[in-house]
Design a binder for this molecule. Structure first.
Ligand code: COA
Length: 363
């Protein structure tokens, strides 16, 4: 039988049916369980959108989910002291992966387990940051709003403008089709393994700069460019050196990532209150230059800005250090991972593709 290897990146291969999110790469649309992203980010709290993903309904009791997240944060914090070695690791995603691996999935309703998982990620990332900085981790307030509590646990300014901005970010990255980390979570789940194992695998996948590790380098790029008039020359030099421009290009989108626009609006809201510094102008100029130069170099492949470009600008404006950008992405996406674990469990079939053997045959 002759078989042919498919594209090594599995591009355009459909590996599951999902009711969780639609990523429309041609029209630049993201739909989360029947709701356009623009209806959700900045308009509904993270807890409400967790409810949408975990139950299918937007108007389930948001307060109950907020309580489940609060309980999850409190339970996770009770274990922070014993996770000292994991939380002392140099890289935040390594620390998150190692510390999360010490948890186990408890029995409970989808809301309870989801609250425990997302609550744990929301605690472990700030605990890592503070431990690494030589500061004592700050205990969560289980009654507080989830995003505000994350900022408080960081020791950052948690006023409602910043909490709203972080909440809008967490919602904008909550789920995104069959991205690499979600696929990793689904593969693990398909073996009938547990949700913590699935999330640990997903954190490992998200760490990579081609997936969730790009926003820190985006900020490094903005720092290196410094002023709008230097953008074009800098980008040309990078491309001449065969390096990729972080925050540009996407496997699915052929037009601008709709999350970039949503995040840009969140930055504008902070800016209108004098709370966003002055990065946005530079970021827009760099995006424009990168877009133009990439069009020139790749006339057949659109490489517009992706979510990571404005993530960097927004999370910096919120006051988070760049080392926290990928762990903060994981906080939002953890809710989507759990929803995919539930969906994959319902499928109940092992994911086990084949490889085309191209090595020597036995003599
Ligand atoms: N900067 C420069 N060139 C890029 C590029 C970028 N950001 N993204 C893709 N390209 C180029 C590739 O070098 C390749 O060129 P070639 O055909 O001359 O070899 C071409 O575009 C196609 O790239 P490919 O790697 O096949 O695309 P992909 O669909 O596998 O990659 C990404 C998608 C996201 C991994 C890719 O666009 C990328 O690396 N972006 C930067 C990292 C980033 O922002 N990641 C966050 C994603 S949300």
């Amino acid at each position: 039988m002759s078989i042919q290897a498919i594209d090594s990146g599995l591009a355009d291969l459909v590996v599951a049916e999902t009711k969780l999110s639609l990523v429309d790469g041609e029209r630049g649309r993201l739909v989360i369980r029947g709701h356009a992203l623009e209806e959700l980010s900045g308009r509904r709290r993270f807890a409400d959108v967790c409810g949408l993903l975990w139950t299918g309904a937007l108007d389930v009791d948001g307060a109950a989910i907020a309580r489940a997240l609060g309980r999850g944060r409190a339970q996770a914090f009770a274990r922070v002291r014993e996770l000292g070695t994991a939380l002392s690791m140099e890289n935040g995603m390594d620390a998150l992966r190692a510390s999360l691996a010490c948890f186990k999935e408890d029995r409970g309703s989808p809301l309870e387990v989801g609250g425990a998982l997302s609550g744990a990620v929301a605690v472990l990332a700030p605990a890592w940051w503070r431990t690494r900085a030589g500061l004592a981790p700050i205990a969560p307030d289980p009654e507080a709003d989830h995003a505000a509590d994350v900022l408080r646990m960081m020791g950052a300014n948690a006023d409602s403008d910043y909490a709203d901005a972080l909440d809008a970010y967490l919602v904008s990255v909550i789920d995104h089709g069959m991205n690499a980390s979600t696929f990793a979570a689904r593969v693990v789940t398909s073996t009938a393994s547990d949700a913590v194992s699935a999330l640990v695998a997903a954190v490992g996948a998200l760490k990579g700069p081609l997936h969730g590790g790009a926003p820190g380098p985006v900020l490094d790029m903005l720092d290196a460019i410094g002023a709008p008039e230097r953008a074009e020359a800098w980008i040309r030099a990078e491309l001449d050196g065969k390096r990729r421009i972080m925050g540009m290009g996407h496997r699915v989108y052929r037009v601008r990532d709709p999350r970039a626009a949503v995040l840009e609006r969140a930055i504008e809201r902070l800016e209108s209150k004098g709370k966003a510094g002055d990065r946005l102008r530079l970021a827009r100029a760099v995006e424009k230059s990168a877009d133009a130069v990439l069009r020139e170099r790749h006339p057949d492949r659109a490489l517009p800005a992706n979510v990571e470009f404005y993530t960097a600008v927004l999370l910096e404006a919120i006051g988070l250090p760049r080392e926290m950008f990928s762990p903060t992405f994981a906080m939002g996406r953890s809710a989507g991972w759990w929803a995919h674990v539930l969906e994959q469990r319902a499928v109940g079939r092992l994911i086990r593709p084949k490889a085309l053997y191209v090595g020597p045959l036995a003599a």
